[in-house]
Design a protein around this ligand. Sequence first.
Ligand code: SAM
Ligand code: SF4
Length: 322
Amino acid sequence: MLVDAHGRKIDYLRVSVTERCNFRCVYCMNEKPFVWVPHNNILSYEEMFLFIKQVIDGGVNKIRITGGEPLVRPDIDCFIKMIRDYKADVDIALTTNGYLLGDLAQQLSVAGLKRVNVSLDSLKRDVVYKMSKMDALERVLEGIDQAQRYFMRVKINTVPLRGVNDDEILDIFDYAKRRNIMVRFIEYMENNFADKYIKGLSSHEIQRIISAKYTFKEIEKNHTSPAQLFELQDGYIFGIIAPHRHDFCESCNRIRLTAEGFLIPCLYFDEALSIKEALRVGDMKKTDEILREVLKNKPKENRWREEGENEVSSRAFYQSGG
Ligand code: SAM
Ligand code: SF4
């Protein structure tokens, strides 16, 4: 079993398979990086898989494939199948901006993917363009339709920004509710790679907007999920991910592997250790040692909770995988 220095059981690995992306979201990769990491610095699927087998054997039972945009990396379905074939009952999920999902949903489901989260920040074509610099709305909605056809569980992630898409919170809510998809609103996490003029909404502000139309109550959250959960009178459940909350990190059960081979203990902090060289020579004793070191140094809390929007992380979401 993997446990960090604060006694938190670590059973969830997020794997960022690429830092590249076809979108330029204002809150994540507002501008194209000056240079992309060269391909030979990126772990191959086989290298990632060596580590994945090791952590599965150590008790990890949930793996989320993310990025950058995971669907821009070729053969992502083969990677998913490798994991599925190693251990059929590992919960494999994927987070995507949805642009390529309509084309790939069937392949991904054949490979064994069961759960997908799709990011949807607006139902207006021009706002989607403004937020992602891609004329993407139609394809993303088609991606969500196909996801509902092929996957057991689909969720929508939305990052509300003040004066940009906060007037659409109820519209997105209703869109998801009509389809019986859980929507999760994510508080914007301030970081150096975002547009510096954007501002997010707090969990309370989001709740206030939804309460103008619906009555709901907070329900017990799944212990390891970061989302606060709320239930409407008719049983529909939605979530809010509020990293600025004081108790957000208490049940953190995750570590992150980046495409370049860094193990990241916390989304907020810069600290990370590389397992790339060890993986490249197949030294799994070394990767285990590095993993233990990362778990030992996993911080108790992020720092967004302290100062809210005055705290800015220097970690790029498109590298860490969010
Ligand atoms: N490209 C995929 C996507 O957008 O869904 C996966 C990677 S993205 C980094 C993962 C999630 O992080 C997305 O739901 C995105 O909305 C969220 N995200 C990115 N930057 C964020 C930020 N600064 N604050 C809050 N959420 C963020
Ligand atoms: Fe790309 Fe996802 Fe970041 Fe948007 S949030 S720029 S889609 S990685």
